[in-house]
Design a protein around this ligand. Structure first.
Ligand SMILES: [Cu+2]
Length: 370
């Protein structure tokens, strides 16, 4: 036995290690113990609190809890299990969103069922109310004296319309976007004018002591009609439906027909020519002309992509796995131009090709690799 000392020391080694922490404190290790200490403190505090509550006050003397009686004329809804059920429904829906598949459907069904339960309870409540004595409705002529209420305004509604148009324009792009911006600016400027007029009235009221409303604005029917027609025209133009003479440039109805010279059919309008062996795709009116393609496995391949939508409406053809993973991206092709998209070799199977700018069903297809 050359060294008996370590074997003799080993049983107390853990104790020595622990003691060493306090004799020569390793601050980082001590800090790491801090959360555990806090958790212990918290647990002790909870126990003390629960004990305190359990011991508080005299014990109940009545044999059972008395059902509260609502005073006559006051309606109180009864206890309802619906909020708890809905929480469970929402919980399983969120769980389903995470897990996907059948769990998602289970969550949807459970949430809908619980909402129906709630709805039924609400209807029963309402029926209960309907039997009650009806009091005549009190309609006031206007606000009480001294209270100022602004008149009704169409501006918030127009603001919502303008925002919706702007969001749509951001998706579609081109002239729709430009028109949406004009409409929103028109609305906001009008709103600002109204604000200014209201502010003037407030200033006047400082002198007269009487606050007047600005005259109610009538609905700008004419302007809205003009905007509606413009939006329809621009949208139809952008979708390639107007003008019907094959020329799909964004120059509006007055553009010269020679600007693009599209002969119809699926050839590129005067652009590059499809390389031999390439797969052709034509995009028009936010839709691919073909939604199934086939190519050989293990070989690079080419898609000749023609965008026949107006300039300012780009599309592309992105390759994704069936689970949505992006595999191969391409540069967008602007309206009225063509691109030759090169793709690297793929394993056999089904893939999705999709416009990454407008990932809608009409701009989605299946590529079968054999
Ligand atoms: Cu697109």
């Amino acid at each position: 036995m050359p060294s008996p000392a370590p074997t003799a020391g080993s049983p107390i080694q853990p104790l020595l290690d622990i003691a060493a922490i306090f004799i020569t404190p390793d601050w980082s290790k001590l800090l790491a113990l801090f959360p555990i200490l806090l958790a212990l403190l918290f647990a002790v505090w909870i126990m003390v609190t629960i004990r305190g509550f359990a011991a508080v006050g005299p014990r109940r003397r009545a044999p059972a809890r008395i059902e509260p009686v609502t005073p006559a004329g006051i309606h109180m809804p009864g206890g309802s299990s619906a909020p708890i059920l809905v929480a469970f429904g929402a919980g399983s829906l969120f769980l389903g969103l995470v897990l996907g598949g059948i769990a998602l459907w289970f969550g949807v069904v459970l949430l809908v069922a619980t909402l129906l339960v709630w709805f039924r309870e609400a209807i029963r409540d309402y029926d209960h109310l309907a039997g009650a004595q009806r009091l005549p409705a009190v309609v006031h002529e206007g606000p009480p004296p001294g209270v100022h209420m602004p008149g009704p305004s169409i501006r918030p509604f127009l603001g919502a319309l303008g925002s919706a148009a702007l969001l749509g324009g951001l998706v579609v792009g081109g002239w729709v976007l430009a028109l949406a911006v004009v409409f929103l600016v028109y609305t906001l400027v009008g709103w600002l004018v109204d604000f200014t007029a209201e502010y003037r009235k407030v200033e006047d009221a400082d002198q007269t002591g009487h606050l007047e409303n600005i005259p109610a604005r009538r609905l700008p029917v004419r302007t809205l009609q003009v905007f509606a027609v413009l939006f329809a025209l621009v949208a139809l133009n952008q979708a390639g439906i107007l003008p019907p003479t094959g020329s799909a440039t964004a120059g509006g109805p007055g553009a010269s027909p020679g600007a693009s010279g599209a002969p119809g059919g699926s050839a590129a309008p005067g652009g590059p020519v499809a390389p031999p062996g390439s797969l052709p795709i034509v995009a028009k009116g936010f839709a691919y002309d073909t939604q199934t393609l086939e190519t050989a496995a293990g070989k690079p391949f080419t898609i000749f992509f023609t965008n026949q939508d107006p300039a300012g409406t780009p599309h592309d053809v992105e390759l994704r796995a069936k689970d949505g993973t992006v595999l191969q991206q391409q540069k967008p092709t602007d309206g009225g131009t063509s691109s030759t998209y090169q793709y690297t070799a793929l394993q056999p199977g089904d893939y999705t090709y999709i416009c990454s700018i407008h990932p809608i069903p009409a701009m989605t297809g299946t590529l079968t690799v054999k």
